[in-house]
Design a protein around this ligand. Sequence first.
Ligand code: CTP
Length: 398
Amino acid sequence: MAGPLAEKHVVLGVTGSIACYKALDLASKLVQAGALVDIIMSYGATQFVTPLAFRSITHRAVVTDQFNPDSEYSVEHVALAQQADVVVVAPATVHCIAKLALGLADDPLTTTIVAAKCPLVVAPAMDGNMYDHPATQANLATLKERGVVIAGPGTGRLASGLSGIGRLLETPELLGHISYAMGKDGDLAGRTVVISAGGTMEPLDPVRVITNHSSGKMGYAVAEAARDRGADVVLVTAPTSLADPALVKMVQVRTAEQMGEAIQEHVKNADALVMAAAVADYKPATSADQKIKKSEDDLNISLAKTEDILKSAKGNFVRVGFAAESENLVENAKAKVGSKKLDLIAANDITADGSGFGSNTNQVTLIDRDLTVEELPLLTKYDVGNRILDRVKELFRD
Ligand code: CTP
């Protein structure tokens, strides 16, 4: 199994909040992502959900008692701390956050955290007033200063019935924070990567657009892969049905023109541009102010060429393009390397099985500026992203 969590040791600390039920889902998704998940529950957490519920998901012992003579771990807190690639506290209560800020170690979770050297993610969940309390804010600031990744909290409906800040983040966002925490000092730390995604939408009138089948998955996967290696990521995206990746700067656009402007603005300070978007080559020459009414049997639409964003982006950065081809893959892609002055192009045959629009996998051929060809196997889009970023990293060295 591929992905940032595959075969990683995750210690998931669960403390006493009604949001504990969401930690079951998080544990399940971590296991599905290939992680080895050890759960440590506070006494409070065991009052909301049972250790058995977690054990049924992780198939591993759940730690609730620091002094359990039957434990499989020799000295539990040290054993778990040494194995861990990341420790996550979700949900983290006000009380737990206060203990962590002070460095207290009076239960299995806090003792493990003090003994661990790996990244720590803390996901607060609490009532809005408790979150706003100066002590909580000061404690979170202390943790942040120490390099702890604070995930959330989110805003919305709280268990009290009130609405406000204090919700535990949803599982996909938590997973994003966990991957980020593990990779934040990775090989792209300090680099800024601008990535484009999705299919642009060119308006014909207030209700109709010309667009394409791009799902945005490839660009989003490159963005997540770059984030998980420590890069600062700007994702300039046309509308998609995908959730925003956590800890990625999102720039929402619709048309090719808007995408071009956004990219030019953000690429000024970037180290690389990866254009995964399917940009319209033509747009309606005019966009009607009012809905076009049905009248004649034929309707002719005049189209005007859009600007080639990749070709015209100005600045000193590594340029990576994609080539979506339905025939003569390598030949067409090589021509684009030259005409767009690219450092690298990822060419994919959109008609191949397991590749192309909407799929979670892709089979691409990488062609660099020397026209050297590397055919990659069928991979997840996340792994394709990583292979592209491996090459981008080499290009930074040049
Ligand atoms: N691209 C761009 N601006 C455009 C059109 C394309 O920046 N107006 C970028 C795409 O994001 C991609 C690369 O150029 O990274 C190649 O896009 P592709 O659609 O494969 O090729 P085109 O240049 O549009 O040529 P053609 O449609 O004739 O194959």
